[in-house]
Design a protein around this ligand. Structure first.
Ligand code: NAD
Length: 507
């Protein structure tokens, strides 16, 4: 464990615990019961939240349904809707610090990454506002002289939004502004682990004059809140980001009412390293890809597939960089990797590593808890595991921690086969100086996003989502916006029907 870079606790006073309430029909509602969140890094209560039950969830769904049917959001002009979204974007930018501090204290992620997440989300709101005003349907003026066909898009209705703990503010902003831009009304349930930034966003929505009942927030757990949001007859669509296991439960639960379901789930995302790649750039991107957000990232590049000829050298580069990555106090602006979200999750991460080592994998670096002076040890060492075989759990399952698995290949065919030998298909990448190889790989990799000579770059314009068990549907971009719209065909006669009547009128 020597020769790692560890930032000890900095001296600072933490804010008082945030008190989170439900937002239902424009009112802040206390809970009959509450639940608390203890900071994974600072081991102190950082939020106390109202705990949703059947009654609060029913009230939130009823409010969203009523607001949708009332039409003062769903049927107003896109110009008016986008004005509200743009105001929210400005308010987010004015409140970055408050939201980011709370998000870091609840999640354990570094403050610099929380600040980036929150300020970056403002752009998602602006982009969604632009989509509202440029949304188009189709017209068919070629159906015959007396016929005109028009395809219009309507908001899908009431949308349940269920989010995870790893990017609470960003993931909400990948969904909410797009649903609102389309004219939908919503019920949001953040993760019970990171509820507060969603409540803070609720405050901004009110300040931006979003009509009451258009966005309702219920705090609490999967049972009963998330479950009711997935089964209720008044909900038209569920958009969920989280684990594949819960995604499957939601799909089953929603079948009773055949509501639309959009899912953003797990990943086991590979980066393929070819011998002719710019190895300096690739090693830096691999290091970023595995440690960003404490490795608790759906897009984590948790496995690399390296050409045998360069594997030893490449792993040595990644290990050397890993030693320089700054682990430690997430409130230190200099820290790059913070705390693991829960003690249970830390045990799960460690189990993957120990199991792999017992099965013959080699620990190149790390592989255990990382005590941080002044903060305890809910931190995990930067960990690189080589000699990993494709059948090992560490190569197949989402570890969701700062742990890199190294596999090797000899031919491009093998690299593509290893890439696709996964239940997941969220993202994949290749590092290579030959454009033909890059394109061959990009076309054949089974993934919703393929990066070539870069990793994890994303833009509001580009659709995001997974194939196979990484999900269904897309978020952001025009495709993400369209998920919240229903298509309706209008068939219109021009003039009188000149065809012979279907029924001969009696003389
Ligand atoms: P999780 O599935 O445990 O929980 C996600 C949300 O679902 C939480 O709000 C939780 O309360 C709720 N929930 C739990 N049980 C439910 C039920 N029966 N019905 C309805 N809702 C229920 O996931 P997590 O641990 O919070 O997040 C980590 C997971 O999220 C990882 O698997 C990660 O890959 C995935 N993720 C995917 C993406 C993506 O875009 N593909 C992005 C981020 C995270």
């Amino acid at each position: 464990m020597t020769k790692l870079t560890i930032n000890k606790a900095i001296e600072m006073a933490l804010p008082d615990p945030f008190l989170g309430r439900h937002l239902i029909d424009g009112e802040w509602i206390e809970g009959a019961e509450t639940f608390t969140r203890i900071s994974p890094s600072h081991d102190t209560v950082v939020s106390v939240s109202a705990k949703g039950d059947e009654t609060t969830t029913e009230a939130a769904i009823t409010a969203a349904r009523r607001a949708f049917d009332r039409g003062d959001w769903s049927r107003i002009s896109a110009k008016e809707r986008s004005a509200v979204l743009l105001k929210v974007a400005d308010l987010i930018e004015a409140n970055v610090e408050r939201i980011a501090v709370q998000e870091t204290l609840e999640s354990g992620k570094p403050i610099s990454q929380s600040r980036g997440e929150v300020s970056g989300a403002a752009d998602l709101w602006r982009y969604a506002a632009s989509l509202a005003r440029t949304s188009l349907g189709d017209s068919h003026n070629s159906l015959g002289a007396d016929m005109l066909g028009v395809v219009v898009k309507d908001p899908i209705g009431v949308v349940s939004i269920i989010t995870p703990w790893n990017f609470p503010f960003w993931i909400l902003s990948q969904k909410l502004p797009f649903a609102l831009a389309a004219g939908c009304t919503v019920v949001v349930k953040p993760s019970e682990v990171t509820p507060s930034s969603t409540v803070m966003l609720g405050e901004l929505l009110i300040a931006a004059d979003l009509p009451s009942g258009v966005c309702n927030i219920v705090l609490g757990h999967g049972q009963p809140v998330g479950s009711m949001m997935s089964t209720h007859k008044d909900v038209d669509m569920v958009t969920f980001t989280g684990s594949t296991a819960v995604g499957k439960m939601i799909t089953e639960a929603s079948a009773g009412t055949l509501k639309k379901v959009a899912l953003e789930l797990g990943g086991k995302n590979p980066q393929v390293i070819m011998p002719d790649a710019d190895l300096e750039n690739a090693a830096d991107a691999v290091t970023f890809g595995v440690y960003f957000n404490v490795g608790q990232c759906c897009n984590s590049s948790s496995r690399i597939i390296v050409h045998e000829d360069i594997a030893e050298d490449f792993v040595a580069r990644v290990v050397a960089l890993s030693r320089l990555v700054k682990f430690g106090d997430p409130m230190d602006p200099d820290t790059q990797v913070g705390a693991i979200v829960t003690a249970d999750h830390q045990r799960k991460i460690d189990n993957y590593v120990q199991q792999a080592v017992a099965a013959g994998a080699k620990l190149e670096l790390g592989g255990g808890a990382l005590p941080v002076e002044g903060l305890g040890s809910q931190f995990y060492q930067p960990t690189v595991v080589s000699n990993v075989t494709p059948d090992m759990a560490i190569a197949r399952e989402e570890v969701f921690g700062p742990v890199l698995s190294v596999l090797t290949f000899r031919t491009l065919e093998e690299a593509i086969a290893l890439t696709n030998d996964s239940e997941y298909g969220l993202s994949a990448g290749i590092w290579c100086n030959d454009i033909h190889t890059c394109l061959e790989y990009a076309r054949r990799a089974e993934a919703g996003t393929v990066w070539t000579n870069t990793w994890m770059d994303g833009y509001p314009e580009l659709a995001f989502g997974g194939v196979k068990q990484s999900g269904q549907g897309r978020e952001i971009g025009r495709y993400g916006y369209d998920e919240f719209l229903e298509v309706k065909s209008l068939v219109m006669r021009v003039g009188r029907d000149s065809r012979a009547p279907w029924v001969e009128a009696s003389a």
